[in-house]
Design a protein around this ligand. Structure first.
Ligand code: F0G
Length: 519
């Protein structure tokens, strides 16, 4: 029974085909360690960084000490439905940072979660609760206006205008018929499904709700029946958002008393649930949103009261050189999702921040999580923020400096191998190198990987085996390798990556059959 692997054996067998089925026994800083045949540790420099979860590296000593302190003092990890002063402090600290970076004094309420996808789903759930409550509030307002008009008609003060009858599609100015028609129309329109928008190439998780927002069809299509359909916006269509939104508009009918006449007024139905986006797309290929697009999205969404959910799960926590990647392009979220590095490489945690002007306290009574907001992950998150904010936020400057250093190296590789490297992009320590399509390679193995969408993984396996460098492609853009090390990444490790990349590029250029390790 022992040799049967029931823990995702299919994935592991596939990892073995590209040489990525490594077993790591220890991790520290920017290194993972595997054992050689004699049991000696072999250091592997980690540029995958837990998909962006290791701003401070593996097993940071201060974070380890923080964890040990809690464990040694029997911290009450499971204390649901009680006071959580550490959560209150974390919410306050996050607010101070976000308000500083967005140059705003508006508060954000914080809901805790356990993963990135969960934080995104909590944001969309809250946005939908807010929308549903707004629809109910609008309908109550309309009902009150109808009652007021009915009273005015009964008092002989007003009468139904001909335009009102026409607007309601009636051939009578009888008030009762008008009121009945308005109620009938509004009843049908009020249940129009919510509209959700996301960007093409976006990745927001693979849970039942968040996968609907993830553009990659392979991840999303099998589960489409389980969730609300999302409209994906191409970068080229961002400038057309006002028109796209106008085409989706649905109005409820309302009555107004103007002088001695009753008129029909159109009231936009709160239809727009959320526009979810990453300021720098990670899994979709390291693609940064430019300031102009950010401004256009922000303005179009504000016009129709569509909240913007800024997914900073991967780009946040200082990775791009500012705490929020979105603040660097002037994008202000109605909601933020943060996770990955918030857990300091040790804890699983996430938060959703909701702008106070949109916050619905009722949400706290209809949403919960067993593990979220616990003392262990929350205290570690506080230690992470302390380390990031120390010495005036030198960590963010270091992320920018280290990122620029690595970007310079990647650009030098691109300059020397323009026939192999198509693009280098990213910001801070969220970087990508895109290879040209290798489907026409003279090397059968390379052609096979290119055609099968596994070329980036084959390169990653080669870098691991030959150069002890760990990285992965961005899964939805498999020709793009991603580089997301910690702020402590050293010049020697960058040189190790450079040597590996140059080795692979030279082999691909020479159409050398041994360019990639073939498993
Ligand atoms: N949002 C973004 C922007 C992400 O990059 C991820 C995960 C998630 C949400 C989901 O977070 O895995 O904790 O549920 N990104 C990984 C990647 C999977 O490959 O970049 P999760």
């Amino acid at each position: 029974m022992d040799d049967i692997d029931l823990a995702e054996p299919h994935l592991l067998s596939w990892l073995a085909t590209v040489g990525l089925d490594a077993h790591y026994v220890r991790a520290e800083g920017d290194h993972l360690y595997r054992l050689d045949d004699e049991g000696r540790e072999i250091p592997v420099v980690d540029f995958a960084g837990g998909y962006g979860s290791l701003m401070l590296g593996h097993n940071h000593p201060d974070i380890l000490a923080c964890a040990r302190e809690m464990l040694d003092h029997q911290a009450p990890v499971h204390a649901q439905f009680s006071r959580h002063p550490y959560a209150k402090r974390l919410a306050a600290e996050l607010n101070a940072i976000v308000r500083r970076e967005t140059e705003s004094d508006e508060m954000y309420s914080v809901i805790f979660a356990n993963s990135g996808a969960e934080a995104v789903e909590v944001a969309v759930k809250h946005a939908e609760l807010d929308r549903v409550m707004k629809v109910a509030e609008l309908r109550q307002e309309i009902a009150a206006n109808i009652d007021a008009a009915r009273a005015a008609v009964a008092a002989g003060e007003v009468s139904v205008s001909g335009e009102a009858a026409i607007a309601a599609g009636l051939d009578t100015t009888d008030f009762a018929s008008l009121a009945a028609r308005i109620s009938e129309v509004n009843e049908a329109r009020a249940t129009t499904p919510p509209l959700l928008f996301a960007l093409e190439g976006g990745f927001h998780g693979k849970l039942m709700g968040s996968v609907q927002l993830t553009h990659n069809a392979a991840y999303r299509n099998p589960f489409a029946a389980l969730g609300t359909s999302v409209r994906f916006v191409a970068p080229v269509d961002i400038s057309a958002l006002p028109k796209i939104f106008d085409e989706e508009r649905v109005d409820l009918l309302d009555l107004a008393v103007t002088g001695s006449e009753i008129t029909v007024v159109c009231r936009p139905l709160p239809l727009f649930c959320a526009f979810v986006l990453e300021p720098v797309q990670g899994e979709g290929g390291i693609r940064a949103l430019d300031a102009r697009s950010a401004e256009q999205i922000q303005a179009a969404c504000a016009r129709v009261d569509c909240p913007v959910v800024v997914d900073e799960v991967q780009s946040g926590m200082g990775r791009t050189g500012t705490f929020l990647a979105s603040s660097a392009v002037g994008l202000r979220g109605d909601y933020y999702a943060l996770s990955k590095s918030l857990g300091g490489g040790l804890a699983k945690t996430a938060v959703m921040l909701a702008r106070s002007s949109r916050y619905r306290p009722e949400f706290e009574l209809v949403h919960s999580s067993t593990f979220a907001k616990d003392i262990f992950s929350t205290t570690i998150a506080l230690k992470v923020l302390e380390l990031l904010e120390a010495d005036g936020g030198v960590a963010y400057a270091r992320a920018a400096e280290r990122g620029a250093y690595i970007l310079d190296m990647l650009r030098s590789v691109q300059r020397d191998f323009p026939d192999v490297v198509a693009d280098v992009r990213g910001r801070g320590l969220m970087l990508g190198l895109e290879f040209h399509d290798q489907s026409a390679s003279a090397i059968p193995a390379v052609r096979r990987h290119a055609e099968g969408g596994t070329f980036g993984y084959a390169v990653a396996g080669t870098l691991l085996e030959r150069h002890r460098v760990r990285t992965f492609p961005t899964a939805s853009a498999p020709n793009t390798l991603r580089f997301e090390p910690s702020i402590h990444i050293g010049d020697a490790e960058v040189a190790q990556l450079e040597a590996g990349l140059r080795d692979v590029c030279a082999g691909l250029r020479a159409q050398d059959a041994a360019a990639l390790v073939d498993h």
